[in-house]
Design a protein around this ligand. Structure first.
Ligand code: PLP
Length: 415
């Protein structure tokens, strides 16, 4: 693969980096915004916004459909984003990366194109207790159609996957295992290399949901050794409606198309259609061209920051916030795995998560409250909802101080 377009910055300057994000200067309810909802969607640096703007002002055309200059420019920009993304996640070649609208679409593609054609009654799909609905419901749907069932690997009270149980559950009926790389609720980083090794030993394909990993750490899909890796662009400084599915070329080549339409064919006749090679076979219709142009710019931006810097900075913020919150009376942190990304789910005894989030919003602080698209995880902890503060490299310790002070204030009002 080609080298990164720009060298990583030698040192990470949090305030300089923060200035790249125009939205972070705004106020909410008359207070400076503190944005702690990056696990939901990240903010976008100016150069991503400008790349999208520039595309529409200067290059807009459909991809791969015309020979005129604009179409060639649009195609080059779209395919350039694929090259950048493939490099960013360590794919062997850009052809191994299907561009999708996000993780949800990527997992559904695997469910319907890879799994459904071979799933039989009695087969199972193994997932974990900490999955996002996007890594549960597609499997439930194909299982229901084919008379197969879903099995669930348990987690500990601290929010760690019980790896021995996961491995025990990898029985011959399991036709695919799905696991999140990083939990969007607990922050737990799962040992995906080890899980992939165990799956490989048994000939069971492993899908890793990388939604919460790719934005926060250096990911190399080939080193992980999984079969499918899904991720989403809007959590990694890119536009919404972008993302990807990585799988090895042989795997993608053996999969039939899921969506049919323009761009995914070789030849269409009423007597039968032949299909394009992967990845285009899975990209029917006009894609989110401008979105991928923006995501390509986001990848260059993250490469320039250096993912090691991003990772280290976010771990600092996590440690700082966790220390401050642990001493707050009545506060319970959900998810205490030792290897944890910068996500803190919490509850305050006697206060509802939505009330906490609403009052924090009045202080200008954006945190998410609710089930975080992880009902089974809420059921495991016996709670309807949590509050979740999630940090990104553009946050600061001053913001954490404001958040902790505000939380202390609203806690006293509610309890
Ligand atoms: N998986 C995880 C772990 C997530 O956090 C999310 C988004 O919140 C998704 C999947 C779904 O991503 P998208 O809605 O972008 O498809």
């Amino acid at each position: 693969m080609s080298a990164p377009l720009r060298e990583p910055l030698p040192a990470f300057d949090p305030l300089r980096v923060r200035a790249d994000f125009p939205l972070l200067t705004r106020t909410v309810h008359g207070k400076p915004l503190v944005y702690f909802d990056s696990a939901n969607t990240s903010q976008k640096p100016a150069l991503v916004i400008e790349a999208v703007d520039r595309f529409y002002r200067q290059h807009n055309a459909n991809v791969a459909r015309a020979v005129h200059a604009l179409s060639e420019e649009a195609t080059a920009a779209y395919e350039g984003a694929r090259v950048a993304l493939a490099r960013f996640i360590g794919a062997g070649t850009p052809d191994e990366l299907v561009l999708t609208s996000g993780t949800t679409m990527a997992i559904n593609l695997v469910a319907y194109s890879y799994l459904q054609p071979q799933l039989k009654p009695g087969d199972t799909v193994l997932v974990t207790q900490m999955e996002h609905h996007a890594n549960i419901v597609p499997w439930q749907l194909v299982c229901a159609r084919n008379g197969a069932t879903l099995k669930v690997a348990p987690i500990s009270e601290r929010g760690e996957l019980i790896v021995e149980r996961f491995v025990e559950l990898l029985t011959p009926e399991v036709k695919l295992a799905g696991v999140t790389h990083v939990s969007n609720v607990l922050g737990t980083v799962n040992p995906v290399r080890e899980l992939a090794r165990e799956c490989r030993r048994r000939g069971i394909p492993l899908l890793v949901d990388g939604s919460q990993a790719v934005p926060h750490m250096a990911v190399d899909v080939q080193t992980i050794g999984c079969d499918f890796y899904a991720f989403t662009g809007h959590k990694m400084c890119g536009p919404t409606g972008t993302g990807g599915l990585w799988a090895r070329r042989e795997r993608l080549s053996a999969m039939p198309p899921f969506f049919g339409g323009g761009e995914m064919i070789r030849e269409v006749r009423f007597s039968g259609t032949t299909f394009a090679d992967p990845p285009h076979r899975f990209e029917a219709g006009t894609p989110n061209i401008a979105g991928f142009v923006g995501l390509g710019a986001a990848v260059q931006y993250l490469e320039r920051l250096g993912m090691a810097n991003v990772f280290a900075r976010e771990r600092e913020l996590l440690a700082y916030a966790s220390d401050a919150l642990r001493s707050m009376p009545g506060l319970r942190i959900i998810g205490e795995a030792p290897d944890k990304a910068a996500v803190i789910s919490f509850l305050v005894a006697g206060a509802h998560a939505h009330d906490l989030a609403t009052l924090l919003d009045l202080e200008g602080i954006a945190v998410r409250s609710g089930h975080h698209c992880a009902h089974p995880l809420m059921q495991f902890y016996g709670v309807p909802a949590t509050c979740r503060a999630s940090f990104a490299f553009y946050n600061t310790t001053d913001e954490i101080d404001r958040f902790v002070a505000a939380l202390d204030k609203v806690r006293r009002l509610l309890v």
